[in-house]
Design a protein around this ligand. Structure first.
Ligand code: NAP
Length: 251
């Protein structure tokens, strides 16, 4: 078994995931660049560095998840860090769509139930499926860390605050998927507390990526900081938290 720690980042062929992969490689990890399209994963892995490998992984496909876990077992025998980053905000192309139009399409009264299901399939069920499949490998690592890339848009406490009436927060497609992801973070953190495996949710902030038609205001370099910090927590670090770069976020 190699000494160098091994990290898997899902949805790492572009956006924030690709930057998290680059940052973890720079911190001395062998990085598995999860990508549902293997060739795009290979291209991305080249930009991550010499010790990065593409890993075909569609988080909504059980066979793909099982094959990925099997490959990690045969090549490394363990996994030190799992970053559940893969996520979608909508189905189909966004080209030309403004934030206002996105918020309108996601209103509770009109949102497509098929779209809600598809977003939950990736952002929620995909995280449970990948985490369950990788857990036996994470248990083989001396101090494994799981990071769920969440969003402040999933904060129920913020939504319940009458001062906050942003339509983006009240989208019924994406925001509830991140609320559920936060609940899942706590469920895994609680169950795994005695093992020393730490499970935390980190928000990258509103970042210019395909997810929002590049209308975000932060760079991927800024966005990667909090997920990477959570991936590198030492033995004294917390588990079961939700935070961004500025500190704890309300659940
Ligand atoms: P992005 O550029 O669209 O990247 C999303 C990544 O997820 C892509 O690599 C995409 O792969 C992958 N993905 C989607 N469905 C997948 C599936 N079924 N299996 C495997 N990979 C899949 O968006 P991003 O902004 O970097 O988003 C990364 C994470 O940050 C998401 O969880 C998002 O919710 C979260 N986040 C983003 C923001 C923001 O403002 N951008 C704010 C808060 C949280 P393909 O290239 O194959 O589509």
């Amino acid at each position: 078994m190699q000494d160098k720690p091994v990290a898997l980042v899902t949805g790492a062929n572009k956006g924030i995931g690709l930057q998290i992969a680059k940052d973890l490689a720079a911190r001395g990890f062998t990085v598995l660049v999860g990508s549902r399209d293997f060739e795009r994963g290979e291209e991305a892995a080249k930009s991550v560095g010499a010790d990065a490998r593409a890993l075909q992984l569609d988080v909504t496909n059980q066979a793909s998840i099982a094959a990925a876990a099997e490959r990690i077992r045969s090549e490394f025998g363990r996994l030190d860090v799992l970053v559940n980053n893969a996520g979608i905000s909508h189905v189909g192309k966004l080209s030309g769509t403004t934030l206002e139009e996105m918020a309108k399409a996601g209103r509770a009264s009109v949102a497509s139930l098929d779209e809600v299901r598809a977003v939950f399939e990736t952002n929620v069920f995909g995280v449970i499926a990948v985490t369950q499949a990788m857990l036996p490998l994470l248990r083989e690592a001396p101090a494994a860390r799981i990071v769920n890339v969440s969003s402040a848009a999933g904060s129920l406490a913020r939504k319940a605050d009458p001062a906050n009436r942003s339509p983006i927060m009240f989208n019924v497609v994406y925001s509830p998927s991140k609320t559920a992801l936060n609940a899942i973070t706590l469920a895994f953190a609680s169950e795994l507390e005695s093992t020393g495996i730490k499970v935390n949710a980190g928000c990258p902030g509103f970042t210019a990526t395909d997810l929002n038609n590049f209308q975000g205001t932060r760079t991927v370099e800024q966005a990667a900081r909090e997920p990477v910090r959570l991936a590198l927590l030492d033995a004294n670090g917390p588990t079961g938290t939700f935070s961004n770069e500025d500190g704890p976020l309300p659940w």
